[in-house]
Write a new protein. Structure first.
Length: 78
């Protein structure tokens, strides 16, 4: 198990069977998705701050750009 497995598994995520760098967490009425690409994360969630807070406070990640996505990995978001 790598560090991503430990950290994302700790917040209740499980990896996709099709793409090992896409993680999902069931929130009952919705699902959250986190995609990893090298050192970048993209979180799709109703409450992304909950995941960001765990990553920063519990796991001591130094995250920057923790705001709604406008541009990520060559794609514009609007």
């Amino acid at each position: 198990m790598g560090q991503n497995d430990d950290v994302l598994g700790d917040v209740g995520c499980f990896t996709s069977k099709c793409e090992k760098e896409v993680w999902t967490r069931d929130q009952g009425d919705s699902c959250e998705h986190t995609a990893l690409c090298v050192g970048d994360l993209m979180i799709a969630s109703k409450d992304p701050e909950a995941i960001v807070n765990v990553l920063m406070e519990k796991h001591q990640f130094k995250l920057k750009g923790t705001c709604p996505a406008k541009f990520h990995l060559g794609c514009d978001f609007f």
